[in-house]
Design a protein around this ligand. Structure first.
Ligand code: CAA
Length: 382
């Protein structure tokens, strides 16, 4: 039987994350969005709180939190600034692969500083011509004895210009197709790495998104994560967990848009009454409330089952697909409730609507989530 009541530790993590979000993250969020400014100082403090190593065991300098707590932190941050929450979520994604499959040497050199918040990681899977069809990556890694030489390009890399380490997925044997893909950790300062221009995005404007070019980058063999040829599986496993983080981000955005709509519709009058007395607005508020409750259950279920060690590929896709869809619905309706005020930058719902869009795109588009869910539900049908 599932229990979604938070325990004492989870409640206290929620309080810490919520206070930090309100007191430290929220105040400059509008300006950072306007100026597309990376939240450097805030991320430093997030690291000091242990939230950049939430899913790393204490043995490797992490906080060793359960997945439910990790989702709470991402949700609380997303309520005030989705850019900060995605940096935390991607760090969690990279950490998860290293915790599960990296050697002790990689953990010592890369995971420990990441867990302590001294180093950021970037997940380098997507390429200019390869997004949804992840098995088609073209970045090549050639075995040269004691090292690999990596050539290729990566696109849409969150935290790419700020990261100290790249988790790179590259093809080591094209004849084997996806079974030839290998995962590597690459020091971001390696010779031959070029960081492209920062993308000028619709939303998440203060998170960093860049392209990367690798020109004969030498990566020692000890930097292979897991086994040669195992990279596609590691990428998929990582994303299966990572998608719960993006679902939590979407949930946070949805809750923020709902809270703002409740407040505004109680204060704003039309035709002699607060607008929340009009049935047209009440229907919107009721829909928002119901969708958030359902999304929350899906996110908590995926996180809870993950904590039990179950395979949550379908559950995390369901959580991400549903939470990102309702976050966009709710953000759009929040702007509608705010009328003209919702369309100007001064009101937070405008940023929420721009920020919410990406949750339907990254870490697997909504179309890809449908594929993952459908394949799982039909696989056991006789
Ligand atoms: N765990 C382990 N193995 C898995 C798996 C999982 N969750 N999912 C699939 N696999 C295995 C399969 O069992 C299969 O194994 P075998 O070949 O040995 O039988 C193998 O992987 C291939 O699987 P599929 O046949 O399902 O592969 P496919 O090519 O048909 O489809 C896909 C896979 C679901 C479409 C996948 O390519 C996918 O998820 N695409 C989306 C990529 C994505 O999410 N990109 C996000 C970029 S990262 C990002 O956005 C981070 C950021 O910065 C914010």
């Amino acid at each position: 039987m599932l229990s979604f009541e938070l325990n004492e530790l989870q409640e206290s993590i929620k309080d810490t994350a919520r206070s930090f979000a309100k007191e430290v993250i929220a105040p400059g969020a509008t300006d950072r969005d306007k100026n597309a400014e990376f939240p450097t100082e805030i991320i430093k403090q997030v690291g000091e709180l242990g939230f950049l190593g939430m899913n790393v065991p204490e043995q490797w300098d992490g906080s060793g939190l359960d997945n439910v707590s990790q989702c709470i932190v991402i949700e609380e941050f997303a309520k005030v600034d989705a850019s900060v929450s995605v940096i935390v979520s991607v760090q969690k994604l990279v950490n998860s692969v290293l915790v599960k499959s990296a050697s002790d040497s990689i953990k010592e050199r890369f995971l420990k500083p990441m867990a302590r918040g001294e180093m950021l990681g970037a997940y380098c899977l997507s390429e200019p011509e390869v997004g949804s069809d992840a098995r088609g990556i073209k970045t090549m890694a050639v075995d040269e004895g004691d090292h690999f030489i990596i050539n290729g390009s990566k696109n849409w890399i969150t935290t790419g210009s700020k990261a100290g380490v790249f988790l790179v997925f590259a093809q080591t044997n094209p004849d084997l197709k996806h079974k030839g893909i290998t995962a590597f950790v690459m020091d971001a300062k390696s010779e031959g790495v070029t960081i492209g221009l920062k993308e000028d995005k619709m939303g998440l404007r203060s998170s960093d998104t860049v392209s990367l070019a690798f020109n004969n980058v030498k990566v020692p063999k000890e930097n292979v994560v897991g086994k040669v040829g195992e990279g596609f599986y590691l990428a998929m496993q990582g994303l299966a967990g990572g998608r719960i983080g993006i679902a939590s981000q979407a949930l946070g955005l949805a809750k923020a848009a709902f809270d703002l709509s409740l407040k505004y519709s109680a204060e704003r009058h039309s035709m002699g009454v607060p607008i929340n007395q009009h049935q047209a607005i009440q229907i919107k508020l009721a829909q928002m409330s119901m969708k958030i409750s359902a999304a929350e259950l899906l996110v908590q279920k995926a996180a809870y089952l993950d904590d039990l060690g179950q395979d949550v590929g379908r559950e995390s896709s369901e959580a991400k697909l549903f939470a990102s869809t309702i976050a966009n619905d709710i953000a759009r309706e929040a702007v509608q409730i705010h009328g003209g005020y919702g369309y100007v930058r001064e009101y937070l719902v405008e940023r929420i609507m721009r920020d919410a869009k990406i949750t339907e795109i990254y870490e697997g588009t909504s179309e890809i989530q449908h594929i993952v869910i459908a394949r799982d539900v039909i696989k056991n049908v006789q």
